[in-house]
Design a protein around this ligand. Structure first.
Ligand SMILES: [Zn+2]
Length: 173
């Protein structure tokens, strides 16, 4: 897929936009490193309005949002602004999506093995990994320092963790 680069260049706001993203090669996600709202979406001033960075991205690259629709993600990353990862859907489609992906919770996300492996090999800063996965700073920091976990890492391949230098301790043992 070719990026609609001409349109990108037309708008000065796009330089601002582009300075606030990191492209993740493996997933294709464009991670927003600008302001993040409390709901986990990026925030961007565009056409005189403050809006979700993903909404701005949709408007710029995909065009108008059909009436009654909102901008949803095909990936699981709220702060992703890659227009190819966005689609317009109804609120209920968006909510279903959230529930299906189990990200409709106000609390920080739970570390998974995939996240952990990425965190240990990623060139991203801690703060950007927090944003990418919705994890707390504490969890990312500890993972990177390869500190032990006091909670059971349910569903984790503990042998792989040990091999990766992660020490863990099951609560109560
Ligand atoms: Zn994405």
């Amino acid at each position: 897929m070719t990026e609609p680069i001409e349109k990108w260049r037309e708008d000065k706001a796009m330089d601002r936009f582009e300075s606030k993203i990191i492209r993740i090669t493996e997933t294709g996600c464009w991670i927003w490193i600008g302001a993040i709202s409390s709901n986990g979406y990026g925030s961007f001033q565009y056409m005189g309005k403050r809006m979700g960075a993903h909404v701005a991205s949709f408007l710029i690259f995909n065009g108008e949002i059909p009436a009654g629709k909102e901008v949803c993600h095909t990936c699981d990353i709220r702060c992703c602004v890659n227009p190819y990862h966005l689609f317009s859907g109804t609120r209920s489609e968006n909510m279903n999506d959230c529930v299906r992906k189990k990200r409709y919770t106000p609390s920080a996300a739970k570390l998974t093995q995939e996240m952990l492996e990425d965190i240990l090999t990623s060139p991203l800063r801690n703060i950007d990994l927090c944003r990418k996965y919705g994890l707390s700073k504490n969890v990312v920091g500890r993972a990177r320092q390869r500190l032990h976990y006091t909670k059971p890492l349910k569903g984790f391949d503990t042998e792989a963790l040990t091999a990766a230098g992660i020490q863990y301790r099951i609560k109560g043992e």
